[in-house]
Every structure is written in C-alpha cells, then in structure tokens.
Design a protein around this ligand. Structure first.
Ligand code: URA
Length: 441
C-alpha cells in the first residue's frame, strides 16, 4: 500500500471499523503489502479487530483468501496422473485420521498430498505423530513430494515457509490480538493453505464441541459452509463434514500412541468411533475424487481395502518412502515407550456424561505430548488413554484409561487432571452423533 496504492491503509481500516464492505482489490493490496512487510503490524492488527467485530462479507472473505494464496508459492500438481485429494481437520484431540485415511485413499487410487503444520496447544500435530516413527522425515522438497505421490499415492510433509506466508504472519498476529475466533478469518486461513496445496478436491473435517475451535455446532456448520464456498469458487471440488469433538475422537492422546491406534485400525483390530470416522471420510474423498459414485459406496470400498490389508500395505510403503522404519506396521514395540504406566479407574458408578476434550488435550500436553510454545520439544512416548466414551456405563473402580508418563509424580498429576475433565450421571446418557452434518457434497 505504498506509492500508487488506491487507498490509504488508515482509510481502509476506518471503512471496516464503520461496517463498510471493502472492495476486493483494496483488500488484496492491503494483505499483499503486509506480506511484503510494507505495512506495520499495528495497522493489520487494527484491521483484524475491526473485521472481528464487524464481520466480513462473503466477497471480502474470498478476496482475503485469494490474496493470502497469492502471497507465496503454490504447489503445481499438474504432472500427477491421478485424482488429487486433500483432507483437512480443523483440529481435535486424538484426531489422527490422516494416518488411516491417507493410506486407504491411496489404496483406492487417489493421490493424497498433505502439507501440515505442527501441533500447538491442546491438539496434536500429524507431523509430530509421524516423527515418533524411527527415521521418519517430514521435510520433503516439492519434486520429492510429487514423485512419492505419483509412486505410492500419499505424502505428508511439513508446510514450507513459502506457502501462504501472509497466513503465517497474520495468524501470529491474530493469536496475540484475540482475533482468532472469527469464522471468516479461520476460513480464509484454512482454505488459503488448501488452495495453495493444489489438490483438485478438498475434504474438510470441521470439528464441533468441547475440544474444537467451534464449541457450537451452528458455528461449525457456518465455518464449513464458508470453506466449501471458498473451495468451490476457486474451482476445487470441496465438501465438509461437521463432526463431533465433544470427546477425544480416538482412545489414545499423544504421539507414538496415535501411530499405534492408526496401525491397529488399519489392521482391523481397533473398531470404534475413530475407525468409523476414518471410513466415512475416505468414502467422501472417494466421491469427491470420482473413484466412487457416492460417499456410501466409497465407504464400502474403504472397508474392503481395510479388510484386504491394502491400507496397511500402503501405510508400510508410505513410512518407508519417508525414511521411517516400515516394520512399525507389524511390530509396534519399535515405537518409543514411556517408562511409567498408571491405570485410571472410574471414581463412581454411573454413565459418562461429559468430557472436556480440550482439557484432556491439555493434560496430555502437560505430560510432554504437546507444546505450549512453538519451539518446544515434545516427548513422543507420553500419553493419555481414555477408553470410556460418552454414554458408557461404568462401575466404581473399573479401568477407564491409563497414563503413560516419564515418572510416577507426572502420572499421578495427569490421572487427577484426567478425572477432573469427566462428568458423570446416575441416569443413562445418549452418545453424541459422530457426524453432525455434511455440507456441500
Ligand atoms: N487453523 C488454521 O489454519 N487457521 C485458523 O485460523 C484456525 C485454525
């Protein structure tokens, strides 16, 4: 916004402050000027707060997203031969679906490139989980990434700094100016990265509930709708599932343990909500990619691939391709193990009625499984296991989970922390649905 800029930054901020709609070309200049470091943080911060309070129209959200995509490199998947698909979760606890969905989708003929960030706060990151496999590398260059996807249908790598740099700096500013929780800003942040990732089809898993960004389902549906519209406006086949995060999705919360859960799911040894959602997501990806007529037949294909062992075989190939030890698919003891295990027992008779999933994530993070600051190291072996699910009936003293920790004190503190996240009822409680709504299929 220097020299020949059409509008002064201060006038654009005033326009947003007063509830006006900012023209797309002005928003684009503003975002790109910020990405080039020609605009100070305080002006972007003022704009974000004005937008947070006033809201953004759909065309403003589209312009913001386009500008963020244009701020950096975009992956060109043109040389790949198959249907390219990306899947993204807005972030949950025990939400390692990529480790199961990626191999299953690849086994069904899709080409999946997933660029991920690291976990921060109460939700674990896919990269951190994968790095618990001895030797696994997440730093792949663009050519290596594309070669691998052409060969085996799946690659998961760290997002480079050149992809959507505007999002990186704007997100950091939102984090410290209390402007993260705006659906348009979240949608443009998520979708700019997906669009720059280049896949022809995008499936979003928008979480709702106590462990999600969006605690209310209506808000999650609105976020899903905006993301789907942004994807479709950019010419990508896009759909979203709004799914439950009122409790951790899987039973294991940590890093190596989430690899364990994924391998057991791919072996067919771990039925439950986690595997159920993985099959549903794969079915929707298949429908978007055109390898199945609809999500239901895509899910049946995924189930067959699982039962035939094709998903597990693809997982083995994927781990080997990224330098990891593929024996992990057959021998889980090669994963890092925590030295101390403590059983957690139900404190009373009754039905599990409430789980503060975000707090469960924080208990795991405090053990060392997550990071409070972005440069913190994580401990791949420590974990929380919560095997009881909402609606389960338990008796006092019955095992409902375990803590895997470095020492006894940490384990005891985590066990107390886990029990504090749970609410009990003396009446039967209904389990929440796994999928609340499908948007834009
Ligand atoms: N995830 C993102 O990538 N961006 C947001 O704004 C929120 C969640």
């Amino acid at each position: 916004m220097t020299g020949e800029a059409r509008v002064r930054a201060v006038d654009l901020i005033a326009g947003k402050r007063d509830g006006g709609e900012i023209p797309g070309d002005q928003l684009r200049d503003f975002v790109l000027a910020y990405a080039r470091e020609e605009l100070p943080d305080y002006q972007m911060a003022a704009f974000l707060m004005a937008g947070y309070l006033r809201g953004f129209t759909r065309s403003e959200t589209e312009a913001l997203t386009e500008a963020m995509v244009a701020s950096g490199d975009q992956l060109d998947l043109g040389r790949l031969s198959g249907p390219t698909v990306d899947k993204h979760s807005t972030g949950g606890v025990a939400d390692g679906t990529t480790l199961v969905v990626g191999p299953l989708a690849a086994a069904l003929g899709m080409q999946v490139i997933k660029l991920s960030g690291r976990g921060l706060g109460h939700t674990g990151g896919t990269l951190d989980k994968l790095e618990s496999i001895p030797g696994f590398r997440v730093g792949l260059g663009a050519d290596e990434l594309l070669d691998q996807v052409e060969r085996i249908g799946l690659a998961v790598a760290a997002q480079t700094a050149d992809l959507v740099p505007a999002d990186k700096s704007i997100y950091a500013l939102r984090d410290v100016t209390a402007t993260v929780g705006n659906v348009s800003l979240i949608a443009s942040s998520v979708m700019s990265k997906k669009l720059a990732g280049g896949a022809a089809s995008i499936l979003l898993d928008v979480k709702t509930g106590s462990g999600a960004f969006m605690h209310e389902t209506a808000e999650a549906v609105e976020l899903a709708r905006i993301c789907v519209d942004l994807g479709q406006a950019a010419g990508r086949g896009t759909a979203a599932l709004v799914t439950d995060m009122d409790q951790p999705l899987g039973e294991l919360i940590g890093n190596a343990v989430e690899v364990r859960e994924a391998v057991e799911a791919l072996r067919g040894d771990r039925p439950g909500r986690f595997l159920d959602l993985c099959l549903t997501l794969t079915g929707h990806m298949a429908a978007l990619a055109g390898t199945a007529a609809d999500p239901e037949s895509g899910r049946r294909d995924a189930q067959r691939a699982l039962e035939a062992g094709d998903g597990l075989e693809r997982f083995r190939e994927f781990v080997a391709a990224q330098g990891g030890d593929p024996r992990v698919a057959d021998d889980l003891s090669i994963l890092p193990q925590a030295p101390h295990t403590l059983e957690v027992e139900a404190p009373q008779d009754g039905w599990l009625a409430a789980v503060d999933a975000e707090a469960v994530g924080r208990v795991a993070a405090a053990l060392g499984a997550g990071r409070q600051r972005k440069d913190d190291d994580i401990d791949p072996a420590v974990a929380v296991e919560l095997s009881a699910k909402l609606g389960d009936q338990v008796g006092a003293g019955q095992p409902i989970g375990r803590i895997l920790a470095r020492d006894e004190d940490a384990a005891r503190a985590a066990a107390d922390g886990l029990l504090a996240t749970l609410g009990w009822s003396d009446q039967p409680v209904e389990a929440p649905p796994l999928v609340h709504q499908v948007v834009g299929a």
